[in-house]
Ligand binder design. Structure first.
Ligand code: GLC
Length: 566
């Protein structure tokens, strides 16, 4: 590191408040850490992560400096889609623990300054959910079937699916049922796997049930919900065929206009609490104006910004994405979110180490040439870049360790995306591998010494990336994250200051935050000179003769008076 690097004002542990910040606008600038429970830490040694494991690692999360945890679905589930097939929205999967464990975790996290966000899945339930089981048993025409989308097939004998809709996991969105006498029966709709039947949101029971589920968790101290597949729950009840080029709101199952009523009702529930609860939407929409509608003041607080995450490592493309994102949020007054990855996406160090460094689901393949050293360098730069952008920051577990995507043996993969692609797509399990906590031991500290093997095998490269190995290494990804989050927490300019673009030469992204902080990322091939500054707060790579080398980011302090707006 360069000599004039200032050490962060305090260690993250010192900086973290003892209990959560009372600021009701905490979600506007929060750092939210995503916990994929199954792979975070295994408290009972059965090879699967659990709530006991998370509780034991709360000091780690507090020291990292995060404001909230978002838990992927932790409910009872047959795990046909990693828990996004929920059997009981008010319970905890027995392999993760009990409801009492969840309550203890929520309380303990809050005591160390960390709020809890849970995942709510409104579009579909598990086929083992009591409502779907009752619907199957009750048969065609029954009120039980009205809560789903059961329909007769087309063709002479009902042998054709009712529509030509395509599942998000490939194939048809319809599966045919069997009548009790063994004859083929009605079809039912599932935008994902057949084990995830879609709910009918025109049905009052569906609406009432979800509002009650929200209250159930909010009453237990949950600070907010991440809403799964949030643009999908409402369907066109006429079940038309797919239009060729649907205009906004015309698609039969994406972003229907009526969907906003649901979230307005949820917002009313969230706002009825003394500390209003927060709604975060998983909204995959290309149309910026349609996306922003979900963030109107009486709907969701924030939604994931996936646009930036899909960009290749390219200054122009990334800067354009940042500009687009800020512009689309401005009219509704909602903060942007910055997301480098999640449990569905190829890990950043792998993505940025590839020639095609953008992300698209249909381009995932095993065996793609990857330069992990380059990818790691860029992921470090991207971590500082996104942490310096205005809004809320998400960190997916393991990204703070620089874990690469794992190329798993095919016979251990569980993800339905893999199977429904006929084995062409490796699926998403490669970013869901259990975390390495220690550099040695059977499961690299994921479980105790005598623990069962982790549910997915850890690649050999994980040992060197274990938390224990990185703790003492000032050049590690973990310490970069800790320093960055501590600085962001302690410097109002960096966390909450206005963004002003700086027009600097080269393939760079450069902006000032507030009066006195500058973030500069070099995405070009040659080192770039630093603009005038009073100090260097943090760099993702050592400076070279005072210049910022390729694929790196620096945070500077600057003289407030000397600033010019771009
Ligand atoms: C969301 C989740 C993904 C899941 C899908 C269906 O996209 O992030 O993991 O498979 O919804 O629930």
């Amino acid at each position: 590191m360069d000599n004039d690097v200032l050490s962060p004002a305090a260690s993250a542990a010192e900086a973290a408040p003892a209990a959560v910040d009372a600021d009701l606008d905490w979600w506007r600038t929060a750092v939210i850490y995503q916990v994929y429970v199954r792979s975070f830490a295994d408290g009972d040694g059965d090879g699967t992560g659990d709530l006991a494991g998370v509780r034991s690692r709360l000091p780690y999360l507090a020291a990292l400096g995060v404001d909230a945890l978002w838990f992927n679905p932790w409910y009872p589930s047959p795990l046909a889609d990693g828990g996004y097939d929920i059997e009981d929205y008010r319970g905890i999967h027995p392999m993760f623990g009990t409801l009492a464990d969840a309550e203890a975790l929520i309380t303990e996290a809050r005591a160390v300054g960390i709020r809890t966000i849970i995942d709510i899945v409104p579009n579909h339930v598990s086929d083992r959910h009591p409502w779907f089981q009752a619907a199957l048993a009750a048969g065609p025409g029954s009120p039980e079937r009205e809560r789903f989308w059961f329909h007769e097939g087309g063709g002479d004998a009902g042998e054709l699916a009712p529509t030509d809709w395509v599942s998000s996991f490939q194939g048809s969105t319809w599966t045919r049922t069997e009548n009790p006498d063994g004859t083929p029966g009605e079809w039912y709709l599932h935008l994902f796997t057949p084990e995830q039947p879609d709910l009918n949101w025109n049905h009052p029971d569906v609406r009432a049930e979800h509002e009650d589920v929200l209250r159930f968790w909010f009453d237990r101290g949950v600070a907010g919900v991440r809403i799964d597949s949030a643009a999908l729950p409402v369907k066109d009840a006429a079940l038309p065929m797919l239009p060729e080029r649907p205009s906004p709101g015309e698609h039969p199952h994406v972003d229907r206009d009526e969907i906003h009523d649901i979230y307005r009702a949820w917002r009313a529930v969230a706002d009825s609490y003394d500390e209003p609860r927060v709604l975060v939407g998983e909204v995959w929409l290309e149309d910026a104006a349609r996306f922003a509608r979900y963030l109107r003041p009486d709907e969701m607080h924030t939604a994931f910004n996936f646009d930036f995450m899909t960009q290749p490592w390219d200054a122009r493309a990334m800067r354009a994405s940042i500009t687009r994102t800020l512009a689309e949020h401005a009219p509704v007054g909602a903060p942007a979110t910055w997301v480098l990855s999640n449990h569905d996406i190829t890990r950043p160090v792998t993505r940025y180490g590839r020639e095609d460094s953008g992300f698209a689901f249909d381009r995932k393949r095993f065996g793609t040439p990857t330069d992990l050293a380059l990818g790691t360098r860029r992921a470090r730069a991207a971590a500082l870049l996104t942490a310096a952008l205005p809004g809320c920051l998400y960190v997916y577990q393991g990204d703070e360790l620089g874990l690469p995507e794992a190329e798993l043996p095919l016979d251990v993969i569980e993800d339905p995306m893999h199977f429904r692609s006929g084995g062409v797509d490796p699926g998403r399990d490669g970013c869901r591998v259990p975390l390495p906590w220690t550099g040695s031991g059977a499961s690299l500290g994921f479980g105790g010494d005598d623990a069962a093997a982790p549910w997915l095998p850890q690649p050999a490269v994980f040992a060197a990336l274990a938390v224990e190995r990185q703790e003492g290494d000032p050049s590690s990804m973990l310490l970069l994250y800790r320093d960055a989050l501590a600085l962001r927490r302690n410097r109002t300019d960096l966390r909450a200051g206005e963004l002003t673009w700086l027009d600097l030469p080269g393939d760079v992204i450069a902006f000032r935050r507030g009066a006195s902080c500058v973030c500069l990322t070099n995405l070009g091939a040659a080192p770039v000179a630093l603009p005038p500054h009073t100090g260097i707060l943090l760099t993702s790579a050592p400076l070279a003769d005072g210049m910022l080398p390729p694929d790196s980011t620096v945070w500077l302090t600057v003289e407030p008076a000397g600033e010019e707006s771009a």
